[in-house]
Ligand binder design. Structure first.
Ligand code: 6PG
Length: 259
């Protein structure tokens, strides 16, 4: 199998860690550095958190005293990359997981925390979240294009079916070229609930993307995405590095075992 790494190889980095704890430590250190760089360069740090189960230990680590004191949380604007349309206290809520593991433990002001309103109908929830994102970026810097904001960092997971965020194979959400946020019904993997997700245009406009992937069950998907050309049948492969967007794959031993 050739060792083809995705396009813009110089902007795609692959980091392998012995286990999830050291992967979380590596990711936490990188996030602290990126937040400092962004705050120094622009006075704020905009991050979209990933859902699912993989990032939980990273969020818990960032909430420990050792990391809390390294970060100027007043510069953070936190978004969620995608959300299941369930209440925040539901076990499937991505924001609920991030809030209990990180957000509720660190001094980010409420007006800088941006979550999906899951109490309203799906398309409306997507539209409302999109307009909040645009408002935030218009407020941060009138000079930037708030119609297609550039987040400093987007954290992503990967499903065995090659989905990321809630951009599932065969769903129109993956093909969206104009909206920042879309409603989608569930993919084939659980939980079978409707979702709201950032779209590829927003993701591919970010300054930095970190794919956090652990577990042997992801190894084939990781190798497939990293080694083969982008293809809409494999959603995560449409997340593209460029001269403006750097991707770091942070993998544990098992998830990187097919590379
Ligand atoms: C979601 C997530 C999704 C997740 C992957 C990996 O809402 O389902 O955003 O894209 O990142 O499915 O999930 P795990 O980390 O639980 O394996």
């Amino acid at each position: 199998m050739n060792n083809k790494v995705s396009k813009h190889d110089k902007n795609t980095q692959i980091e392998k860690y012995p286990d999830k704890d050291r992967l979380s430590l590596g990711a936490a250190n990188l996030i602290v550095q990126l937040s400092r760089d962004a705050a120094q360069a622009r006075g704020y740090f905009t991050i979209a958190l990933a859902g699912g189960s993989s990032p939980k230990s990273l969020y818990e680590l960032l909430a420990t005293q050792a990391f809390k004191e390294k970060v100027d949380w007043t510069k953070w604007h936190v978004f969620i990359g995608d959300e299941r349309l369930v209440p925040e206290n539901h076990p499937d809520s991505n924001f609920g997981m991030a809030a209990s593991a990180l957000i509720s433990h660190v001094p980010i002001s409420n007006e800088n925390i941006h979550q999906v309103n899951t109490a309203i109908e799906g398309e409306q929830a997507a539209a409302t979240y999109e307009s909040e994102i645009k408002q935030v970026f218009a407020g941060l810097d009138t000079a930037i294009n708030s119609q297609l904001p550039r987040l400093d960092l987007i954290l992503l997971g990967l499903g065995p079916d090659r989905h990321t965020l809630s951009l599932f194979p065969g769903k129109s959400s993956l093909l969206e070229k104009n909206k920042l946020v879309v409603f989608t019904n569930p993919g084939v993997l659980p939980p079978p609930v409707d979702r709201v997700s950032l779209t590829l245009p927003v993701v591919n406009n970010a300054r930095n993307i970190i794919f956090l992937v652990t577990g042997a069950e992801k190894a084939e998907a990781v190798a497939d995405i990293i080694r083969n050309e982008p293809d809409y049948s494999r959603p995560a492969s449409m997340v593209l590095a460029s001269e403006h967007t750097k991707i770091v794959w942070m993998l544990d031993e098992t998830a990187s075992s097919r590379l």
